[in-house]
Design a protein around this ligand. Sequence first.
Ligand code: ADE
Ligand code: ZN
Length: 345
Amino acid sequence: MENLDNFIKGMPKAELHVHVEGTLEPELKFQLAKRNNLDLPYESEDEMRAAYDFNDLTSFLKVYYEGMSVLLTEQDFYELTYAYLLKAHSQNVVYAEIFFDPQGHTSRGIAFDTVINGIRRAQIDAEKKYGIMTQLIMCFLRDMSSESAMETLEHSLPYKEWIIGVGLDSDERTNPPIKFKDVFERARRENFFLTMHCDVDQQDSTVHIWQTLNEIGVDRIDHGVNSLEDGVLCREIKDRNLTLTVCPISNGYVTESMKTAEIKAMLEKGMNVTVNSDDPAYFPGYMNENLIVTQRKAGLSKAQVVQLSANAFEGSWLADEDKAAFLRLLSEYVAWKYTFNILPK
Ligand code: ADE
Ligand code: ZN
């Protein structure tokens, strides 16, 4: 099998599934705790990492929410976002759609404005400095009430121009998509794009995926790997041209496998599957590591790797002309690499 590591590293990429709070690396967590006069129950970054002891979504989320406690000021959100964008840029990610969880902060007494102003300022600065383009997706926490989600949606409306879409994350157990039907209907009326997590190997996973299609009318599905259990569902996802944002290293932590064979199966069915990092500070691996492990484990060809990247640009919520420009950049990279590879012969 051809070694495609360097090809993947150099390839222009889009990331469609990354939680900004999930990019909070232990080093920054310590810095922010110090600045905010907070005590962390760990002596060192290694000790903190060692305490990341999770084996399913629920146990992961506990650590994830605890981690947020160091984020207090606009500057904290700025530095968090900027650090992710710098890392993404270093891996040739040229475009990212970034989730944020306002209720994870407003429930701790942090103002919505503080959160979004910090994130937004980092988006602008990183684009100016590195050319990395980004858009924001606001997620509702599905283990909170639909009333709280609706309040959050209303609170976000003055910032509508800064938010491209809304999503649904957190603990899926007993919190099906349909619980948020009214909220997502309202979001649609406000012209947001819609996506929802359908986490992997949940109870009633395929029922939940069907709900996102038939009850919510999503534009995209986050994860959604269990759709492979239902041929009719796969066909429907394909016919509606819905993109699935799969996160293999994350899946490897919260389920029994990275689901890389499933990613290949989706590619072979012509589904618009993409590879993403989810919460890279907790499930170690950013875009390159996720793509490299998928390529190696599933034995993907170079064409399939390129397809994964093209799927992400296609499935993005960019304007058509920007999508086309990024897809051209990708084609040029593939063509250039071919010329480069034959030069030494
Ligand atoms: N919030 C942050 N990461 C998540 C994930 N992988 N699934 C559900 N909610 C999340
Ligand atoms: Zn996620």
